[in-house]
Design a protein around this ligand. Structure first.
Ligand SMILES: C=CC1=C(C)c2cc3[nH]c(cc4nc(cc5[nH]c(cc1n2)c(C)c5CCC(=O)O)C(CCC(=O)O)=C4C)c(C)c3C=C
Ligand SMILES: [Fe+2]
Length: 427
């Protein structure tokens, strides 16, 4: 059998193989399996996440999944491919993602088992590492349906969900185009940073010549809990973040506010969700000079326990109506938790799943740090946009934060084994 006749390895398209093999070298040697060691660990990771999560299912993992400790998020553009090549790319990504979430290499031959004269089909930095709770979540940006010039590149314009809006400008936005938007996104979360980076690196490599990386973001120290079993961790302001989040156990809220039902604007999104990402720079040097009183006023909760200033302990419901002896509200009129609260936003709820980031420092010697805010919802118009409109106008926190990146993606339902992620969009 010549190289031309040989079937693609494990279903990967020839374009996928090109990506694996670098620019133009297609290695088809059949080597011994060089898979990563699959963890025997059955316990949970440092975040409380499981050792591994199945890739296939009704919903994509990485939404209600117990938030892992680390993130690598990537946004891609696909300027030079057609509809068939886009489907082929999604098929290739599905196969590789399913393998990596099992703790296996991106390709079936692995980092060391293949032909000696061909590049390996896995980059190798996750060899010997377990799956570490890896989830890989794919999303479709507005420009996949219609690009900035109004071109329907993939015949998808009529399939764009009305929920997948172009986000409006919010007061104070200082968005950098190079850190915003994108045709496709991949959110990789894991309890091991090397496993998350390995996933994005290998998916980028498979996409060689088809999808170009537009921007990416590393995150650490999850700033949300998405299950009740998880402890609440802290953001870079030093406050517990994620206390009043939608949690996986709140199945009624998850069903009503996180996942799209079949009856919303596009039936192909049934079981999917909408992801909004905001890169928010936090001027932590200014924050660190603020008094504890001011810090707690801004958030509306205590710094130590994370209890509402209206009283109680961490998980006591925020009471927006209590007043101090002076008559002033115990939770300031401009406090973050007041303005973000569902009672202030026509009942809007978000499943928050963000991460801290530090991207070195700026020219003034300040840490380039902040929160890479991610939230999932059924309809961004009545959820993220409603809440962010309240915050952008009058949140006391605005003195200490600046939104520098923004993106929105439709996250399709989970893939069936043998199918591919986003298949319902092309049906
Ligand atoms: C548009 C949505 C939100 C953005 C953007 C946002 C940015 C942001 N938040 C914090 C820190 C905290 N947020 C807290 C609560 C909270 N935040 C949002 C939404 C956005 N936050 C919501 C919906 C809530 C819950 C409100 C409620 O129902 O009580 C808290 C308190 C702890 C908690 O409940 O999670 C903190 C702390 C930062 C630092 C930030 C931008 C940098
Ligand atoms: Fe918040």
């Amino acid at each position: 059998m010549t190289e031309e006749d040989a079937p693609p390895r494990a279903g990967l398209s020839r374009r996928g193989l090109l990506g694996l093999a670098g620019a133009g070298v297609v290695g088809v040697g059949i080597g011994v399996a060089g898979d990563r060691a699959v963890a025997s660990a059955s316990g949970t990771g440092s975040s409380g996440a499981a050792a591994s999560y199945p890739f296939y299912g009704a919903h994509q993992s990485g939404i209600v999944t117990a938030a892992q400790d680390r993130l690598h998020f990537a946004s891609f553009d696909v300027p030079d491919i057609d509809r068939g090549e886009l489907i082929e790319l999604l098929r290739d990504w599905t196969l590789a993602a399913a393998r990596m979430t099992e703790g296996l290499g991106a390709g079936p031959v692995g980092a060391v088992g293949g032909a000696y004269d061909a590049p390996p089909d896995d980059t190798g930095e996750a060899l010997d590492l377990p799956a570490s709770g890896l989830t890989i979540t794919f999303g479709f940006g507005p420009t996949l349906f219609e690009d900035a010039d109004g071109n329907d590149r993939f015949g998808l314009a009529g399939r764009r969900p009305t929920e997948l809006i172009d986000l409006p400008h919010f007061a104070g936005d200082a968005l950098v185009p190079a850190q915003s938007d994108g045709d496709l996104c991949i959110q990789a979360c894991s309890d091991d940073p090397q496993v998350a980076v390995h996933a994005i690196r290998n998916l980028s490599r498979i996409a060689f010549g088809r999808a170009a990386l537009r921007w990416s973001q590393l995150g650490f120290g999850r700033t949300s809990s998405t299950t009740r079993a998880q402890v609440t961790t802290r953001n870079l302001f030093g406050f517990k973040d994620g206390t009043a989040n939608v949690k996986a156990e709140d199945t009624t809220q998850v069903g009503e506010h996180v996942f799209a039902p079949g009856g919303d604007s596009q039936a192909w999104m049934a079981g999917g969700s909408y992801l909004v990402a905001r890169k928010i720079r936090m001027t932590i040097e200014t924050w660190d000079r603020a008094s504890l009183r001011e810090q707690e006023r801004v958030i509306g909760r205590t710094k130590g326990e994370g209890a509402p200033l209206s009283g109680g302990t961490e998980f006591t419901a925020v009471d927006l109506d209590t007043t101090a002896a002076s008559g002033s509200p115990t939770i300031d009129k401009a406090a973050h938790v007041r303005l973000a609260h569902p009672d202030h936003n026509a009942g809007a709820l978000l499943l928050r799943r963000g991460y801290n980031f530090v991207d070195g420092n700026d020219d003034l010697g300040r840490l380039n740090a902040g929160l890479f805010f991610i939230c999932f919802q059924r309809d961004p118009r009545s959820q993220f946009v409603a809440v962010q409109s309240s915050l952008a106008g009058s949140d006391a926190m605005n003195e200490y934060v600046r939104h520098v990146g923004s993106a929105i993606f439709a996250v399709p339902p989970g893939a069936n084994r043998g199918g591919f992620v986003g298949e319902s969009l092309f049906a």
